[in-house]
Write a protein that binds this ligand. Structure first.
Ligand SMILES: Cc1ncc(COP(=O)(O)O)c(C=O)c1O
Length: 409
């Protein structure tokens, strides 16, 4: 006998962890970029930090060769193949003088974002609090929220104050924070630090029993001789935390999804436990090609930084000529640009970004997409070539000239 049909409409009910995610602020901008492109406009995209250059030929060739090998199509090792983990250890030693044991202090992740998010899931739960730098890279907040944890965001733009705010928060918040998330070179603000900063972090972490995750996504992109330090190079860092690195930025392998976690073995074991339930490891051909990239393409990684530096100068020189503040970063893929007056007092950051897109065909990320601390700023990524960046400056100039005429009519 068939069941009578119910009158109540079927309801899809999301989990609380999805409902409590903050709203996605880039939705409006992305929709307009899409609509403009459909109608044939040439939009200059300085929004997302999505690298536009290809990886080295030898890396692609190795991927093709490895993909042709029938042995490489089975499920791979969950924590990554041993030779890749060894290569990560070798890079840490060569570049930072850091020893990590490839067997249980290194984990291969499906991009650092995956590893970071699952690490938060492994460490955080209801009632737990993480300290996050503000303005914030959205993933730093969402990953904690998805793990049912709470976030307290502290101003990252003055490093000494950031350290004293961390100490104050640990002294006064109850229950005290469990996790400190760091990101240097910072996305979006481009703030950088020296090793002494991480030495202080380790002291604080030990004093307050605060675990640390260092998101070192922009380790390989630095300018004017600046060398971003690794958190793991500070004495005692491995006792309190881990660091995530990636092949997305310096190696132009963003779509390949290759990232690494290195450091504290207990934290890495916890990540491995979570990942063991969620995935079966990375396609082996990608891991083999990643080994070739790590072993043989240092010169290309350095050249890529020079390319970003040239783009940085093309964009910042142009904006300075328009009378904007010189916000030249020392590292990373972004210019964190204060919006000049009178626009800053006249309109919201989101409206300003929408105006540049609508009238100038230049897409940038409004700072407010990185939390309230980003209001008044634009994040401009260096993924277009120098000529396109100069063109973007010309478009911005025209767009703002038209606006001031309109405003004064
Ligand atoms: C600060 C930061 N962390 C992590 C990521 C994600 O990197 P991956 O491609 O390795 O997941 C990004 C990418 O934009 C980033 O800006």
């Amino acid at each position: 006998m068939s069941q009578p049909e119910s009158d109540t409409p079927f309801k899809i009910e999301y989990a609380q962890r999805v409902n409590r995610l903050p709203p996605y602020l880039f939705g409006r901008i992305n929709k307009m970029i899409y609509d403009k492109r459909v109608s044939g406009d040439d939009v200059i995209e300085l929004g997302m930090g999505n690298p536009s250059d290809p990886p080295e030929d030898m890396v692609i060739e190795k991927l093709v060769e490895a993909a042709r090998d029938p042995k490489n199509h089975r499920y791979s090792k969950n924590n990554g193949i041993a030779n890749l983990r060894r290569e990560v250890g070798a890079k840490y030693f060569k570049k930072y003088g850091v020893n990590v044991d490839p067997d249980d202090e290194v984990m291969v992740c499906l991009g650092s974002k995956e590893g970071f998010s699952h690490m938060c899931l492994a460490l955080m739960g209801p009632g737990d609090t993480a300290i996050v730098p503000a303005p914030y890279f959205p993933v730093h907040v969402y990953a904690v929220a998805l793990a049912s944890g709470n976030v307290i965001s502290l101003d990252v733009t003055n490093s000494d104050k950031f350290l004293s705010d961390i100490a104050y928060t640990c002294e006064t918040l109850y229950p005290k924070p469990k996790l400190l998330i760091l990101c240097y070179p910072h996305n979006p603000s481009s703030v950088v630090v020296e090793q002494a900063f991480f030495d202080e972090v380790v002291k604080l972490a030990k004093k307050y029993n605060l675990m640390v995750i260092s998101d070192f996504a922009y380790a390989d992109v630095a300018f004017d001789g600046y060398k971003p330090p690794s958190f793991l190079a500070s004495e005692g860092a491995k006792e309190v935390g881990v660091e995530f690195t990636t092949m997305s930025k310096g190696y132009n392998m963003a779509g390949w999804r290759v990232g690494f976690c290195a450091g504290n073995r207990q934290m890495i074991t916890a990540l491995g436990t979570i990942k063991g339930y969620y995935d079966y490891g990375m396609f082996q051909a990608i891991q083999i090609a990643a080994i070739v990239a790590l072993r043989n393409t240092d010169a290309a990684v350095e050249e890529q930084s020079r390319i970003y530096q040239g783009r940085r100068d093309a964009l910042c020189d142009g904006l300075v000529r328009l009378g904007w503040e010189d916000a030249r970063p020392k590292a990373g893929m972004f210019v964190w640009q204060p919006i000049p007056e009178p626009w800053r007092s006249k309109m919201s950051t989101m409206d300003f970004a929408m105006m540049l897109l609508e009238k100038g065909n230049v897409a940038v990320s409004p700072g407010s997409g990185f939390g309230p601390a980003g209001e008044g700023f634009l994040r401009m990524s260096l993924v277009e070539n120098e000529e396109r960046l100069r063109q973007a400056v010309r478009h911005i100039k025209t767009c703002l000239k038209d606006e001031s005429v309109e405003a004064s009519v």
